[in-house]
Design a protein around this ligand. Structure first.
Ligand code: F0G
Length: 452
């Protein structure tokens, strides 16, 4: 079926193919000619800046909106609406996403061998992951285009987010997730928010294949990250990060890589910030994958990123258990443009990094912890210098995968897997729950032994 064009009032923005550069019809996710992905560009931006506003005026406007009580201003995505595709305000679906904190991580910095380490915690979004920032835009455009149904294939976070935004916007939603390979927390969110949730006896890549055909045949709007409106919303996290840093760019931004849309979005934001005169220098953006789900790393190492090397993905960081990432070309462009790099980390390294982030009172889900694990490697390689400032993008909340955390602390995370050997080195970080008699003395004895 042919999707309806997303009709917007003024065409400040335009869809363009990332491969052949054709400006495509605004109603598809892939170029009709070369099948590459589309991206949103803004040919209608004034010479001075979007809507005739220069960087200084936009910075002030966006900051002023933080004291507004209007829902659209309270959203940490729509607050930046001048750099988003245009939509009428009554179509916007917002759960006050964005406006997420930055935390300094001094102990993790020390463990990585650098001085200045920060986390932009996208897990502090309403449904607990960065997906909300892109879902608010794409779901709003689905509603504006008159769709009744939205759908996604997911490793759990996209589905949780989509289900919530669909419900808030009066849309029905269909979720396809891999059977048994997503966390219970994420699955429960999708059920609770009212999506029709199907567990396919396949992996994420299999779910994508099925869904792509479903949306061809049914009037269902695809909300996977190939949807360029998702990328636009996710872009605002980088604007917000720079705003929080007084528009002083860090030296490095480190992002986990799954389907590779988030790294693309952050890179696009920085490109636009430079173009619009918000910043004069762009940080290096590096992408970290799990060793068992490393198609981008393999592509770069085996053929210089000329073509994707799909893999059969396997990792306990189920959010990034993806072997055939859709947005690999966009991500690669960002890495090249910013002089970033790619790296991979083992399951043991992920578990350790997650425990270290948790021990700072911050916490994150396993897929987010690849950033710290990767950073340690990049410091050892000399790619990140000890005096450079690094921001890790933490993509998901620690409660997204409490099972992983409990198993880690009980010491049985790697039981029966090929990573059992690695688990010995994790023992000093494990804090399993203690079962005591209900006695004051027992508790005091314990406190005293903990003191010594
Ligand atoms: N971190 C978390 C917590 C994620 O959920 C995902 C992706 C990523 C990182 C990777 O981001 O795909 O843009 O490179 N999760 C998707 C999902 C695939 O279905 O929830 P990416």
């Amino acid at each position: 079926m042919t999707e309806q064009a997303t009709k917007t009032e003024v065409s400040v923005s335009q869809l363009r193919c990332i491969g052949c550069g054709r400006t495509a019809l605004p109603d598809r996710f892939r170029c009709e000619t070369c099948r590459d992905l589309l991206e949103i560009t803004y040919p209608g931006w004034d010479a001075r800046g979007p809507y005739g506003l220069d960087a200084a005026s936009l910075k002030k406007l966006w900051l002023d909106r933080r004291s507004s009580f209007k829902p659209i201003d309270q959203s940490g995505v729509w607050r930046f609406r001048e750099i988003l595709p245009e939509i009428s305000e009554d179509k916007v679906i917002t759960i006050r996403e964005g406006n997420t904190p930055i935390y300094e991580l001094p102990h993790c910095a020390q463990s990585a061998g650098i001085k200045y380490l920060f986390a932009k915690h996208q897990g502090m979004n309403p449904t607990g992951s960065f997906k909300d920032t892109g879902m608010t835009t794409a779901a709003s455009f689905a509603r504006a285009a008159g769709y009744k149904w939205v759908a996604c294939a997911s490793t759990g976070n996209t589905s949780a987010s989509m289900a919530a935004y669909a419900s808030r916007g009066g849309l029905r939603s269909l979720v396809l997730i891999p059977d048994g390979k997503i966390s219970w927390g994420k699955l429960s969110q999708s059920l609770d928010y009212g999506a029709i949730t199907c567990q396919l006896k396949s992996d994420f890549d299999g779910c994508v294949r099925v869904l792509n055909e479903v949306v061809e045949r049914m009037p269902v709007y695809l909300l996977n990250s190939v949807n360029p409106y998702r990328v636009e919303g996710q872009k605002t996290a980088a604007f917000e990060l720079l705003e929080q840093r007084g528009w002083e760019p860090p030296d490095h931004i480190i992002v986990p890589g799954g389907n590779l849309a988030n790294s693309s979005a952050i890179g696009k934001a920085l490109r636009e910030m430079k173009q619009l005169g918000f910043i004069s220098r762009v940080p290096k953006i590096s992408v970290i994958q799990a060793e068992g789900a490393n198609p981008l790393v393999r592509s770069v190492r085996e053929n210089g990123g000329e073509k994707l090397v799909p893999v059969h993905a396997e990792t306990m960081a189920t959010a990034i258990r993806i072997g055939n990432p859709a947005s690999w070309k966009k991500a690669l462009r960002v890495i090249r443009e910013t002089d970033g790099t790619v790296e991979q980390v083992t399951e043991g390294e992920i578990a350790l990094a997650k425990a270290e982030i948790g021990a700072e009172g911050v916490g994150c889900e396993p897929a987010s912890a690849v950033t710290l694990a990767g950073l340690k490697k990049l410091v050892k390689q000399g790619f990140v210098a000890p005096n450079e400032t690094v921001v890790l993008v933490l993509t998901g909340h620690t409660l997204k995968d409490a099972d992983f955390t409990l198993k880690f602390h009980r010491g049985d995370l790697f039981n029966g897997t090929s990573f059992e050997a690695e688990s010995n080195s994790l023992k000093p970080y494990q804090r399993s729950p203690l079962v005591l008699e209900p006695s004051v003395d027992a508790v005091i004895d314990l406190l005293q032994s903990a003191e010594s």
